[in-house]
Design a protein around this ligand. Structure first.
Ligand code: SAM
Length: 282
């Protein structure tokens, strides 16, 4: 393999992926976008030289971000996704036939067009689903405007670099709160705690004054290197973080789709935090 992609997200730790076939490189109005084929991970999508998703491991992140809050809530009809331009999360959300509307607010139409064309194995037919309401806008502007409320809000953002910066601010989280139904759940992308502890503790500190119950849960995504990644959790209903395994089993079975990472047992276990991560959310 002669060419390598080097992700320099951290000052003293790099991830390198062999480029078996370079497929695309361009720039949208918001960011640089690239796609290549890697023998282990299949198609790899990068934005501003940071891995966003890959064909082979996307199921971990997208299943855990969608199914944990939706099955914990048990009655989500309206779901809001902020970011998520590759469509992988939207596809998982729409697997719930009980979801009547999935609004996705993505700042960059270039990522959506690109993913529709080059990543059908990740987004499937999600963008053509009649329940999809695609809004091209800044997520911060969208949630801080008055408007519809949602049972579940999922923040599938880039790291706090470039257009993603605003999605890690107190103003943004306050906007999410006002767009959430009273017993709703907000889930946020909070990076890898071992390497990006400040991302998680910063989000938790901003969410805590707004919600009764704030914590995080974990998933191991191979290309988000450095150990578990954290998904922030905020709700005014503390019971939603402790739904019994048996109830989750019934809801998962009733939903009638198969999963490769999510299971009711994994769902429950994902909220068990190693002490160094519990300290970040304390
Ligand atoms: N799962 C990925 C991760 O953890 O790195 C995130 C993937 S998804 C491609 C991230 C999306 O967030 C991108 O398409 C980007 O354009 C979008 N985004 C960044 N900032 C945004 C903003 N302010 N409003 C809406 N979407 C935004």
């Amino acid at each position: 393999m002669s060419e390598w992609f080097v992700e320099k997200l951290y000052p003293s730790w790099r991830q390198t992926l062999a480029i078996a076939t370079p497929l695309h490189q361009s720039a949208t109005a918001h960011q640089r976008i690239a796609l290549f084929e890697n023998p282990q991970f299949g198609r790899v999508l990068t934005l501003n030289d940071v891995v966003q998703t890959t064909e082979r491991d996307e199921f971990v992140y997208h299943e855990m971000m969608a199914h944990v809050p939706i099955l914990a809530h048990g009655g989500a009809r309206r779901v809001l996704i902020i970011g998520g331009g590759d469509g992988g999360l939207l596809e998982e959300v729409l697997k719930h036939r009980t979801v009547a509307q999935a609004t996705m607010v993505e700042i960059d139409p270039g990522v959506v067009e690109f993913s529709r064309r080059h990543l059908p194995m990740i987004c499937g037919q999600a963008f053509d689903d009649p329940r999809t309401d695609l809004v091209i806008a800044d997520g911060l502007d969208f949630v801080t405007r008055p408007g519809e409320t949602y049972h579940v809000i999922l923040v599938d953002s880039t790291d706090p670099i470039g257009p993603g910066v605003g999605l890690y601010t107190e103003r943004f989280y306050a906007g999410c709160k006002q767009r959430l139904e009273p017993s709703g759940v907000l889930v946020t992308q909070n990076g890898v705690p071992f390497l990006q502890g400040g991302e998680l503790s910063g989000t938790v500190a901003a969410l805590r004054p707004l919600f009764e119950d704030v914590s995080c849960y974990l998933a191991a995504v191979p290309t988000y290197v450095g150990g578990f990644m954290a998904l922030g959790w905020a709700s005014d209903d503390p019971a939603l973080r402790h739904i019994a395994t048996e109830t989750l089993r019934t809801r998962h079975a009733t939903a009638r789709f198969s999963t490769r990472y999510y299971s009711p047992e994994v769902h429950r276990g994902a909220f068990a935090l190693p002490p160094f991560i519990a300290d970040l959310v304390a």
